[in-house]
Design a protein around this ligand. Structure first.
Ligand SMILES: [Zn+2]
Length: 444
């Protein structure tokens, strides 16, 4: 395990104190977005375009990796919940401002991880912190009305707000589409919570309203997303932003080739649902659910933002949930259904799958970052999750508990990743791999 002593800047450039090896390593967690890709006309590209790391690394603030000086005292400290709000003046990449929040982690050199009262996490380098002082009131999380107002101020004019039990949908499109999003997300929410509760994992209600920003059309979305996602904005239909803890989407029915000609604001919720029942819409809905599942994982106590979470696990779970179920109005039967697209990808990969495949999947994120390997990495992440949840549910829970309790801003090395995995699933990875392959072979 390495201990972080310095935060990285936006481009992942490490501080001078970091050793060369650390400079090369970039943390997977900061693909806050699993950019999922799907343009209806490019359905076949859906997974090939899932190579977000290439651009994610350019837009996200990276927490740094540890100094390798293992003999030094830990140079960061995770702080208990502060009761008094802290006022932090900052300057980052030419932008300055004042934040009200609580410091979750403090590095020895003055870098901090701040939780804003809107739920956004701010990793700030010491030189980006201009001043810090205690406020005169307790730290408090914004409620949905305050959060909605804040988002409306931040966004271009014309956004309305739809509140559901757990979501805050800030939308620029017609109300029916916002309602459809809310309906879809709430059903996923119920399915997600029930799924883990039935398996004995302590999931909980989110501390903040779950935010989704829905643009009216593709071009408005792209203008906005370019700021956060760079060039990837041109090829994606939505993303979950880990740092800002929100989804960003657009009204797909306005431009999708499979949707009927737009009737704009006259559309009803049931008409929109009918549009999404079109077979060609299937992968698009799956993508939206995939991103929403990421958000749920990081807000319901399953995983922690800004802690070490192996990418295969977070992606495996998101894909495990992504099977849409729009037919049923009373429940969600699709969770954990066999994902035929990913299974086909996995089987194709088997022809060239190296012996060390399992190990490389659980220990690093390299394969997800390599455009030539990403599609197979996603498929294997799903396959492994599918196998482990079904074959070893208790051990999978144990592993999830371990990962969900990882400390903030500490990034495990490869050997720790493997050791954690072995602790839950047993030391003999070769035997597990054989069983895994046999299990996947039998699936139809
Ligand atoms: Zn993802």
């Amino acid at each position: 395990m390495k201990i972080q002593n310095r935060l990285r800047d936006r481009h992942g450039k490490p501080g001078r104190l970091l050793p060369a090896e650390t400079r090369r390593k970039r943390h997977p967690q900061f693909q806050p977005f699993c950019f999922a890709r799907v343009l209806p006309v490019f359905i076949l590209f859906t997974f090939k375009l899932c190579v977000f790391p290439l651009f994610v690394f350019t837009l996200c603030v990276f927490p740094g990796h540890a100094s390798q000086a293992g003999t030094q005292a830990p140079s960061r400290a995770e702080k208990p919940s502060a009761s008094v709000v802290e006022i932090v003046e900052f300057e980052r990449e030419g932008k300055s401002g004042v934040l009200a929040g609580r410091v979750l982690v403090e590095a020895q050199d003055g870098g901090i991880l701040l939780e804003g009262e809107d739920g956004q996490l701010w990793p700030l380098l010491s030189e980006q912190v201009i001043s810090r002082r205690k406020g005169e009131r307790p730290f408090r999380r914004l409620g949905s009305e305050e959060l909605a107002r804040k988002l409306q101020e931040e966004l271009p004019p014309g956004f309305a707000v739809k509140k559901t039990a757990h979501y805050l949908i800030v939308y620029q499109t017609n109300e029916a589409y916002a309602s459809w999003c809310g309906w879809l997300f709430e059903r996923l929410y119920t399915a997600f919570i029930n799924f883990w509760k039935r398996r004995g994992l302590p999931v909980q209600a989110p501390e903040y309203p779950l935010v989704a920003i829905v643009f009216a059309n593709r071009s408005n979305f792209q203008v906005f997303a370019r700021e956060e996602a760079g060039q990837a904005a041109a090829t994606i239909i939505g993303y979950y932003h880990l740092e800002k803890n929100r989804m960003v989407l657009y009204d797909i029915t306005e431009t999708a080739t499979w949707a009927r000609p737009s009737t704009g604001s006259k559309r009803t919720l049931s008409e929109i649902n009918r549009i999404f029942l079109h077979p060609e819409a299937h992968r698009t809905v799956a993508t939206i659910i995939h991103e929403a599942t990421h958000q749920l994982c990081f807000n319901c106590g399953l995983l922690r933002r800004f802690s070490d979470c192996p990418l295969w696990l977070s992606e495996g779970i998101a894909i495990y949930f992504e099977t849409p179920d729009l037919q049923s109005t009373s429940g969600w039967r699709g969770v954990g259904e066999l994902n035929s697209v990913r299974l086909a990808d996995f089987r194709q990969y088997l022809a060239t799958r190296p012996e060390e495949s399992l190990k490389s999947l659980i220990a690093t994120e390299d394969r997800f970052r390599d455009p030539r390997q990403a599609q197979a990495a996603y498929a294997e992440a799903w396959a492994l999750t599918y196998f482990l949840i079904r074959r070893y549910p208790e051990r999978f829970n144990e592993y999830l508990r371990l990962i969900g309790q990882k400390p903030l801003m500490i990034w495990d090395d490869e050997s720790t990743r493997i050791k954690d995995f072995q602790e839950a699933f047993g030391p003999d990875l070769d035997r597990l791999d054989e069983e895994f392959l046999r299990y996947m072979e039998r699936l139809k």
